[in-house]
Design a protein around this ligand. Structure first.
Ligand SMILES: Cc1cc2nc3c(=O)[nH]c(=O)nc-3n(C[C@H](O)[C@H](O)[C@H](O)COP(=O)(O)O)c2cc1C
Length: 174
């Protein structure tokens, strides 16, 4: 089995942190938390992601090239991957192994913007992408406020109809 690094960014409700930690347990992988130098609020991160300026990150602890694959776990804000996650990929100057992308976010991807952003920042197209839309994890009305306020837990993810899809996805990461 290949050695996998799971690098995650999570800000709004910690949902992608919970997801990344669950996957790292299931896969016995190392975990890297992507952190910005300045501790900003969600509004500031969303704005910086929209305009593509700011969100400098702290130097990562692990080198992805020591691994066979890199799994990036991150939310989608304003239709794209948050800038700290993009800046994380850029940090390695395209020296990264195979990349996979996993997201717990509001809805299925409606554009290929997130995938294109990964391709531009990492220098390679993700091998595989899995998006877990919040409405598939719980009984929730599909309005932006409820979606943004949703807080995941490991149990919610394990009990959801998406758990099989998640397991299948992580089994393909090698
Ligand atoms: C400012 C903001 C913008 C968002 N924009 C999107 C979006 O464009 N598409 C989407 O699917 N979800 C969107 N969401 C929902 C988040 O992806 C969702 O809340 C996610 O689970 C947050 O992950 P986190 O708690 O790990 O930060 C947005 C949430 C916030 C707070």
């Amino acid at each position: 089995m290949g050695k996998i690094l799971i690098s995650y960014y999570s800000k709004n409700k910690g949902n992608n942190e919970i997801l990344a930690k669950l996957v790292s347990t299931l896969k016995s992988s190392d975990l890297e938390r992507i952190e910005t130098k300045k501790n900003k609020g969600i509004g500031s991160i969303a704005l910086s992601s929209l305009i593509g300026i700011g969100s400098k990150i702290k130097p990562p602890k692990h080198n992805p090239m020591d691994y066979d694959a890199l799994l990036l776990v991150s939310p989608i804000y304003m239709g794209n991957i948050p800038l700290p996650a993009i800046n994380y990929l850029k940090f390695f100057n395209r020296k990264v192994p195979k990349v996979y992308f996993l997201s717990l976010c509001g809805s299925e991807l409606t554009t290929n913007k997130p995938v294109m952003s990964i391709k531009k920042a990492a220098g390679k197209t993700p091998e595989k992408v899995l998006v877990l839309p919040i409405k598939n994890l719980c009984d929730i009305r599909e309005n932006p406020k409820d979606i943004m306020n949703f807080r995941a837990s490991e149990q919610i993810i394990r009990d959801s109809k998406e758990f099989t899809r998640l397991r299948d996805f992580i089994d393909t990461i090698k």
